[in-house]
Ligand binder design. Structure first.
Ligand code: BGC
Length: 621
């Protein structure tokens, strides 16, 4: 896992004013309005063009077109670039380019647009030189008149976010609630498909993980019995089973981690009569996996043959095991491909990600199809975290990307039960002393602090609420549930602020004094120094009506995020090197924040990390 190593590709641009109208865009959306007027309006269109990301050599764009005339049964949008912008891929329509002219033809599902209706084709491009926005658009051959040439967006944001994050309604409970709070919906256990698989269920405790924990407890017992006593408590909490390579399906050659069937059999032995049990399994082996980093680079190449291998050697065997009727009482929560589709939004300037993206999309589509076909499997698709996709310029395109992949599945949107944020990351669920990203300090909004870089989403609670809205807006069911991986986002210990400090007079000093997230940079993601165990796995942490249906522990705390290159071995990721740096894409350079001595391959036990996370648990263990 290497969440967050995408931020080089993220660029902050400003909104600007066209035709005397401030277009309500923030945090990175450059916009151009072309409007029809009077008679022309009757048959015309409105087109709002936005640059959704721009790395300097690649960019994403979308065009919101509104039908200002009679209904369309199909539509073709055309426009031209002035420079050498070259189409890579597009969605919400069939994209083509001839010379400088781009055309998008409606897809079967979005050709019909009512009068006043809108449709939003979007695509990714490469370019060199200047990335000037197009200045004229036509739909079905009719020019949307009243074109106003755009101003080149500056690289410094000047607007406040369009969405003000909300404050969580309640403090999450500090005690786990993995025991049933309602009676099971089906007497035999997990058979059937319920809205919240965690509700009314007990949770699988992986003996692999409890074994790792207990070994550490034994090692620390005599030297530090107080620490060992806290560590021992960790064996009571459910963590996910990771299928991080084809070999993990059988568990062959791994003395610590067993195969999938073994875990399911263990779950059956743990299951109490008449009560469903949940088991979380991470689907994580796409072709070209981890395209933006090294720590968790995959085993399958990003090629057509690799996709076939993924489908036939990885997803098919997993599906066959999960579909065994003897496991039908287990509610299997599938965490689908962490860190994959977000790269389609923000990392297209990296060749490895641009190459991998079509295989990510096809692979996730295939996985969703096979897994959704099993009634007791629940699909939760990874949506990275607030520090990756929180900018409005990333969030909307991300929601479109998820919708595009879901729509391509046989069952469409129903193949997705929900989404998970913060998988294996460290972003806090809430920033209790920074509830308002637009709070003015020294004349500037808090999100203008260097730590936030104009990202209005400071924490996972606000991010998940906003993503929920975006995703439902793109067509997902309003019944989707949101999960947060809280395994390592506690940030307790002596450095955690305990009350609001309102004295600092600049945004940077105010944020530094009040944030619980102790990372030097929100893009740091590998074996973080100072991190602590977060909220315990909890069902409905904010009550039954909140879209966040559970806190879960997907990353087993104590297992490393990755190693780094040293004199003795060449494998490794510089993002994990405690002496290395990460960059923010705007010229800023920061410490990786990685723990010293963390030269431990991804997924293997890192004792010092576990000891620190237990020590800094919040709430305390
Ligand atoms: C690694 C996997 C590992 C998992 C659980 C991920 O970051 O890439 O190999 O199984 O963490 O520790």
């Amino acid at each position: 896992m290497e969440q967050g190593k995408d931020r080089k590709a993220r660029r902050i641009t400003s909104a600007f004013v066209a035709a005397g109208v401030t277009l309500g865009v923030a945090g990175g959306l450059a916009a151009l309005t072309t409007t029809s007027s009077n008679a022309a309006t009757a048959a015309g269109c409105t087109a709002v063009y936005s640059t959704t990301w721009d790395s300097g050599s690649g960019f994403g764009s979308q065009v919101v077109i509104t039908d200002d005339g009679p209904a369309w049964s199909n539509w073709t949008l055309s426009y031209s670039y002035a420079g050498n912008q070259t189409l890579q891929n597009g969605w919400n329509g069939t994209w083509a380019q001839s010379g400088k002219t781009v055309t998008v033809t409606s897809a079967a599902y979005n050709g019909a647009v009512a009068s006043g209706g809108t449709v939003t084709p979007a695509g990714n491009f490469t370019y060199s030189g200047t990335n000037a926005a197009p200045t004229s658009f036509a739909v079905n051959g009719i020019v949307c008149s009243g074109t106003v040439p755009p101003t080149t967006p500056s690289t410094t944001p000047s607007t406040t976010p369009s969405t003000t994050p909300t404050t969580p309604p309640t403090t999450p409970p500090t005690t786990p609630s993995t025991t049933p709070s309602t009676s099971p919906s089906s007497p035999g256990g997990g058979t059937g498909h319920v809205a919240n698989p965690f509700l009314g269920a007990t949770s699988y405790l992986s003996p692999d993980y409890t074994g790792e924990v207990n070994a550490q407890v034994a090692a620390d017992q005599s030297s530090n019995p107080t620490l060992a006593a806290s560590e021992a408590k960790m064996a009571a909490f459910p963590t996910a089973v990771w299928m991080d390579h084809i070999g993990a399906i059988t568990g062959a050659g791994d003395s610590v981690h067993h195969g999938l069937q073994w875990h399911l059999d263990q779950a059956l032995t743990q299951q109490q009569a008449g009560t469903p049990i949940t088991l979380e399994v991470v689907i994580y082996d796409l072709p070209g996996r981890d395209c933006a980093a090294i720590a968790s680079n995959g085993e399958i190449p990003a090629t057509a043959a690799g996709l076939t291998e993924y489908e036939s050697q990885y997803i098919d065997p997993i599906s066959t095991i999960l579909a065994n009727p003897k496991y039908s009482s287990i509610r299997i929560v599938a965490i689908v491909e962490p860190d994959s589709l977000p790269n389609a939004v923000t990392n297209q300037s990296k060749p490895a990600c641009a190459t991998a993206t079509p295989f990510y999309e096809s692979g996730v589509e295939y996985a969703l199809n096979k897994l959704h076909a099993i009634p007791n499997v629940y699909n939760y698709v990874d949506i990275a975290h607030s520090a990756w996709l929180g900018w409005s310029s990333n969030m909307g395109p991300a929601a479109q990307e998820y919708a595009k992949v879901a729509r391509a599945t046989t069952a469409g949107f129903s193949s997705v039960d929900g989404f998970i944020s913060n998988t294996a990351n460290y972003t806090p669920t809430t920033e209790p002393f920074l509830p308002n990203s637009t709070l003015q300090v020294g004349g500037n909004p808090l999100d203008s602090a260097k730590f936030y870089q104009y990202n209005p989403y400071f924490d996972e609670y606000d991010y998940d609420q906003a993503m929920y809205t975006q995703l439902v807006g793109q067509g997902f069911s309003s019944n989707i549930g949101m999960l947060i991986d809280t395994s390592r986002n506690g940030w307790g210990g002596p450095n955690r602020p305990t009350s609001l400090n309102s004295a600092p007079t600049t945004v940077d000093t105010y944020v530094a004094a009040n944030k619980v997230d102790q990372r030097p940079f929100r893009g740091d993601w590998c074996n973080q120094s100072g991190a602590g165990i977060g909220a315990r796995p909890t069902v409905q942490p904010y009550g039954a009506s909140n879209h966040i249906i559970a806190f879960v522990w997907i990353k087993p705390p104590g297992e490393s995020d990755g190693d780094y290159v040293t004199a003795t071995h060449s494998h490794g990721d510089p993002h994990c090197d405690p002496n290395g740096t990460n960059t923010d894409g705007n010229g800023g350079t920061y410490s990786t924040g990685s723990l010293a001595g963390g030269d431990v391959p991804a997924g293997q036990w890192f004792a010092a990390e576990f000891q620190q996370e237990v020590t800094n648990a919040y709430p305390v263990l």
